[in-house]
Design a protein around this ligand. Sequence first.
Ligand code: PHE
Length: 364
Amino acid sequence: MELSLLPNDIQEAHRDFPASLAGCADLDALMRLKGAFVGRDGSHAARLMDLLKAAPKEQKRELGAAVNTLKQQWEEALKTRQGELEQARQRDAALAKAWDPDLPPPLPTRGALHPLNRLMERMVDVFRPLGYHVEEGPEAETEAHNFDGLNIPQDHPARGSADTFYFKGQDGLLLRTHTSPVQVRVLRRIGARGADGLSELERSGGIRFLAPGRVYRKDEIDPTHSPMFHQVEGMIVGKGIGMHHLKGTLAYAMKALFGPGADVRFRPSYFPFVEPGAEMDVRCPLCGGAGCRVCKSSGWVELLGAGLLHPNILAMAGIDPAVWSGFAFGMGVERTAMMVSQTPDLRLFFENDQRFLKTMGGLD
Ligand code: PHE
């Protein structure tokens, strides 16, 4: 519009208007500016209306349109700035409320064991009072320990390269498919005779151990499978060990891990290194047994394989099966973690999203 038609002081105020608006630090300052520009009495807008009234008839149309445009411009800009300042005031109020002077300032966040490692430690703690200690074996294992020493036949499908990761160009070396080869390692050690003609087993009268660790299988990744997972192997060798000891031990451990109300079942199964063999299932805590994706609609989830040591595996380690007996079990850690924490997808344990891991305190 033709600004030169306006009184000088209003021209000047209009030129400075954007800076004046930006300079309003709070709503009070803005209200004062609003009063000066578009207020009812004495404002620039009010004075322009007076001028308009007093203007000669032939100027009224042009002047009126100009005054209106100007007034509208001012009002719109004032409204926008008011919105900004109101938002800022709300933000400040929220911050002031959120700040509690009694709260200590933040400390650096501390690292923690992964929930799967914590669960394995807890499983070990459950068995320690029964006399179990921890034994270890390598993840890169030989066929001799992973299969042969466990009485697994040459034509067993698990030996195929469709199921097992073999190291290229290293004959007989593979990623262990279970923690059971630790059984073979320990049996050979405790069965070997020393200079005094006695074996470690004969000197000690028995052994009980757990072997927690990583295992590998060529499985596709899905909510219940991963090519790398964890097992906890357990084994007892002694005299007169029978199926009743195995059952009692597992019942004790399941109660300790899942609580006294744990609903588990023991059913016959087959593994070449045990006889008889069994598996233990827990009633699926995710669906209460009604059937879901995790329990494959069966209402039960397999937790472990177990059984009495096959005489062949004792004999292969130089231990007389007529004198010694024992049991072994191999428990899936991810399965147990899923059941204990009611997590329907094991991939969550490997994705390492802090928000998920922090909810897993219950696995301590
Ligand atoms: N190693 C077996 C598996 O991975 C489990 C098992 C362990 C079975 C010990 C019997 C005894 O499936």
